[in-house]
Design a protein around this ligand. Structure first.
Ligand code: C2E
Ligand code: CA
Ligand code: CA
Length: 642
C-alpha cells in the first residue's frame, strides 16, 4: 500500500530473449496454473503471504508482463513508476544478445526504481552471487535464480518476493507518513518560534530572517532597505493603570494599524511589520530611494501610532520613540543594521526633544562602546571603582564654602575616567542604578567621616537621585541605614532631582519626597527651568533649593534674554523662600552677573572643578585667603548640629 492506501497488485516483469522461457514464466505464474505435485504446504505459504491477494484456490495472483530485451525492460519499469503501478519483481535474463546484458539492465532499473526486487536469471554461477549485491544495491533486493528452473520454485520465489515487496512498501509508506508528520510538527513549532502569539506578527527572530532576505534581494535592486524601530513610551504605566488586558488589546491595535498602513489597496504587503520586543515594533521597508523618503517613512510610522486609540471607550494618546537605520549605509548585514536602529531608538528614548533618531556613524562607535562598557561597569561596581568627586558651592554674599555636590566618577584601573553621562543612563538601562546610588551614598558618608577627623564639619553634600531611585520603595530606609552605620548627621545630606524627573511622574515622586523631607533631608531641584510645565508643582513639594540649569548660565554673556530668565527664577525663588544656585559658572563675567542678580550660591569651574575627596581639604587650604572661600565655615561647632 502506498501513502494513499492504494492496493498494489503483484506486478511481475519477466525479461528474456528466449520466447520459450517467457511462456514458461507466464504458465507458472498464471492464474490457471495447476500445481502438479505441489503440496498443500506451498499453497498455505502463499495464503499466509498474500491474504486477500490470493485467488479462490488460495494461490497467489500475479500480473505478469514480459520484455525480450534489457532496454525495453528499463522502459517498462520507467512507465510503471510513472503510472504509479510499480513492479514488485523483475526477472532478468543475464544474457540477451544483441542488447544490454542483465547486469547492465539491472543497474539502470535500480536507478529508476529503488524498491523493486531484481532476480538475475542465469544458466551458470558467474558472476559470483555475493558481488551482484554490491553492483546493484541494496543487497537485500537482488537475487540469483538458476535456469532451467522448476515451475513450483519460480512460483514460490515470486510469491515470497511479492510478500517481501508489500512489507517493504508498507514500511516505506509508514516512514513517509512519519516524516510528513514530523515536517508538519516542525512547521507548527516554527510558527510558534517565529511569530508573536499576542499580535500574530513576526517576532524578533523572524524579523532578522526577513531583513536578511530583503538585504539579499536588494543586492540586485536600487534603493536602501530601511529599519524603523518603535518603542511605546511608558507602556508599563498603561499596563499598570488600565490593566493588563487593555495593554494587550492596545498592542494588538497597534499591530493591526501598522499592518494596514503598510498594505496597498490590493492587500499586498509593502513592508514587513513585526513585534521586536515587549512594547517595541519594527518595520522593514525595501527600495527606499533617498533621505527625504526615509524621513517621510519614519514620520508616517510615528503619526500612525500617535493617532488616538479607543481603549475601554476612551481615546488614548501614545507617545513613541523611534530609531531608524538603513542598509547598506549603516551595516552590510542584518544584525548590524538592527543594532544601529536600536542605538537610534535608545537615543530617542533618552531625549526629551527628539522622538525620531536617524542613526549616524558616531553612534556606531557608541553602540560598541556601550557593549564593552556594560561588562566593565559590573566589575567596577564590585571593585569599588565608582566613587564620588566633589564640586564646591560658594555663597555669593559671604564667599564661604556653603555646600558640595557629589558627582559620580568611575576611575578605571588605567587611571582614565568615564563620565557619569555615559554610565548613569547605562546603569538605568541595565537596572542596576540603585546599586550605583548606594555605593555613591556610602562613599559620600565615608568621605564626610574622614573629613570630620580633621575638624568639625558642617558642609552639606548634595547627592543626585535618578528617576529609578524614586521607584525604590526602600529608598528612605536605605539612606537612613547608610547614615546610621557611618554616624553621619542627616542635616549634612541633600538630595538632588532634575525637574524633568520630578514632573515625569509627580504621583510617584510626591510621597517619596515627602518622606525624605519629613526625615530631614533637603530636597534640591536640579536643572531648573528646562521642564516645560507649570511651576505650580513647586508649591506642593517640600523643596528647599533650586539649581538654575547650566544652559542659561552658559549663554549669559551673549544674551539678555537669559539674564532675564535668571532674574525671574531668582524672584520666584525669593517669593517661595527657596535658595537659588547658579550652576555651570565658568567665567568671572558670568560670576559677576549671577551675583548681581542675587543668586545665593554659585557652582562651576570658575570656583572649582569636581575633585576627589582627598584633594578637597588641600583645596580649601589653598583658597583660605582668597575672596572665594573663607575657611572658617569648615570648622563648625558640633553642638549646633542635631
Ligand atoms: P548635574 O547634576 O547637573 O551635574 C553638574 C554637571 O556639570 C557635572 O557634570 C559637573 O562636572 C558639570 N559642571 C560643573 N561646573 C561646570 C562648569 O562650569 N561648566 C561646565 N561645562 N560643566 C560644569 P558631570 O559630573 O559630568 O555630571 C553630569 C551629570 O551626570 C550630572 O548633571 C548628573 O545629572 C549626572 N550624575 C552625576 N553623578 C550622578 C550620581 O551620582 N547619580 C545620578 N543619578 N546622576 C549623576
Ligand atoms: Ca546635580
Ligand atoms: Ca545640574
Amino acid at each position: 500500500m502506498d501513502a494513499n492506501n492504494t492496493v498494489f497488485p503483484n506486478r511481475v516483469l519477466v525479461v528474456d530473449d528466449d520466447s520459450l522461457l517467457i511462456n514458461e514464466y507466464l504458465r507458472c505464474l498464471g492464474e490457471d496454473f495447476e500445481p502438479d505435485y505441489a503440496t498443500a504446504t506451498m499453497t498455505d505459504l502463499e495464503s499466509v503471504l498474500f491474504g486477500e491477494e490470493n485467488n479462490e484456490n488460495g494461490a497467489a495472483k500475479f500480473d505478469v508482463h514480459s520484455r525480450n530485451q534489457g532496454e525495453a525492460a528499463v522502459e517498462a519499469v520507467k512507465a510503471a513508476i510513472a503510472s504509479n503501478s510499480p513492479y514488485a519483481i523483475v526477472f532478468l535474463d543475464i544474457r540477451m544478445p544483441p542488447g544490454m546484458d542483465g547486469i547492465e539492465a539491472a543497474k539502470q532499473i535500480r536507478l529508476v526504481d529503488p524498491n523493486v526486487n531484481i532476480v538475475i536469471v542465469t544458466g551458470s554461477v558467474s558472476p559470483a552471487p555475493e558481488n551482484i549485491g554490491k553492483q546493484i544495491p541494496p543487497a537485500d533486493k537482488v537475487f540469483f535464480f538458476q535456469k532451467p528452473f522448476h515451475a513450483m520454485e519460480c512460483r514460490q520465489l515470486a510469491a515470497a518476493l511479492c510478500g517481501k515487496w508489500h512489507a517493504d512498501m508498507a514500511l516505506r509508506s509508514a516512514n513517509e507518513d512519519l516524516e510528513r508528520r514530523v515536517e508538519e510538527r516542525t512547521a507548527a513549532l516554527q510558527k510558534l518560534a517565529y511569530f508573536d502569539v499576542v499580535t500574530r506578527l513576526p517576532n524578533q527572530l523572524l524579523l532578522l530572517e526577513e531583513l536578511k532576505a530583503l538585504i539579499e534581494k536588494a543586492e540586485d535592486t536600487e534603493g536602501d532597505t530601511v529599519v524603523v524601530l518603535i518603542d511605546i513610551d511608558r507602556f508599563s504605566f498603561i499596563n499598570e493603570t488600565l490593566g493588563y488586558d487593555a495593554g494587550t488589546e492596545l498592542l494588538r491595535s497597534i499591530a493591526n494599524r501598522l499592518s494596514r498602513t503598510f498594505c496597498d489597496e490590493m492587500g499586498q504587503r509593502m513592508a514587513v511589520v513585526g513585534r521586536f520586543g515587549a512594547d517595541e515594533f519594527a518595520i522593514l521597508v525595501p527600495g527606499i530611494a533617498n533621505d527625504s523618503e526615509i524621513r517621510k517613512l519614519a514620520e508616517l510610522v510615528r503619526d500612525t501610532v500617535e493617532a488616538p486609540f479607543l481603549i475601554n471607550g476612551r481615546d488614548l494618546f501614545l507617545k513613541v520613540s523611534i530609531g531608524v537605520s538603513w542598509h547598506p549605509v549603516h551595516g552590510r548585514d542584518a544584525k548590524s543594521v538592527f543594532r544601529c536602529a536600536e542605538a537610534g531608538l535608545h537615543r530617542s528614548m533618552r531625549s526629551l526633544n527628539n522622538s525620531i533618531t536617524y542613526y549616524h556613524s558616531e553612534m556606531r562607535y557608541r553602540a560598541r562602546y556601550k557593549f564593552d562598557l556594560e561588562a566593565e561597569l559590573r566589575e567596577a561596581i564590585e571593585t569599588g571603582d565608582i566613587r564620588a568627586h566633589y564640586q564646591p558651592q560658594q555663597c555669593t554674599v559671604s564667599g564661604e564654602l556653603a555646600g558640595l555636590e557629589a558627582l559620580a566618577r568611575w576611575t578605571r584601573p588605567d587611571g582614565s575616567t568615564v563620565p557619569p553621562s555615559d554610565f548613569i543612563p547605562l546603569s538605568e538601562e541595565m537596572g542596576i542604578s540603585d546599586v550605583i546610588f548606594e555605593s555613591i551614598m556610602r562613599s559620600v558618608c565615608a568621605d564626610i567621616s574622614s573629613w570630620r577627623e580633621q575638624g568639625d564639619w558642617k558642609i552639606p553634600v548634595s547627592v543626585n537621585l535618578s528617576a529609578h531611585q524614586l521607584r525604590n520603595r526602600d529608598l528612605v530606609s536605605l539612606i537612613k541605614g547608610i547614615l546610621k552605620s557611618e554616624k553621619i548627621d542627616k542635616k549634612l545630606i541633600n538630595l538632588e532631582l532634575t525637574e524633568t524627573v520630578l514632573l515625569e511622574d509627580l504621583t510617584i515622586a510626591q510621597p517619596v519626597l515627602n518622606d525624605l523631607a519629613a526625615y530631614g533631608f533637603g530636597i534640591h531641584i536640579d536643572d531648573f527651568g528646562t521642564g516645560y510645565s507649570s511651576l505650580s508643582y513647586l508649591a506642593q513639594l517640600p523643596v528647599q533649593t533650586i539649581k538654575i540649569d547650566q544652559a542659561f548660565i552658559a549663554q549669559l554673556s551673549e544674551s539678555d534674554v537669559n539674564s532675564r530668565v535668571i532674574e525671574a527664577i531668582v524672584a520666584l525663588g525669593k517669593a517661595m523662600k527657596l535658595e537659588v544656585v547658579a550652576e555651570g559658572v565658568e567665567t568671572d563675567q558670568q560670576y559677576a552677573i549671577v551675583r548681581r542678580l542675587s543668586c545665593d550660591l554659585v557652582q562651576g569651574y570658575f570656583i572649582a572643578r569636581p575633585m576627589p575627596a582627598d584633594q578637597l581639604l588641600t583645596w580649601i587650604e589653598g583658597h583660605e585667603d582668597t575672596q572665594c572661600i573663607k575657611k572658617k565655615s569648615v570648622v563648625v561647632d558640633m553642638d549646633t548640629q542635631r
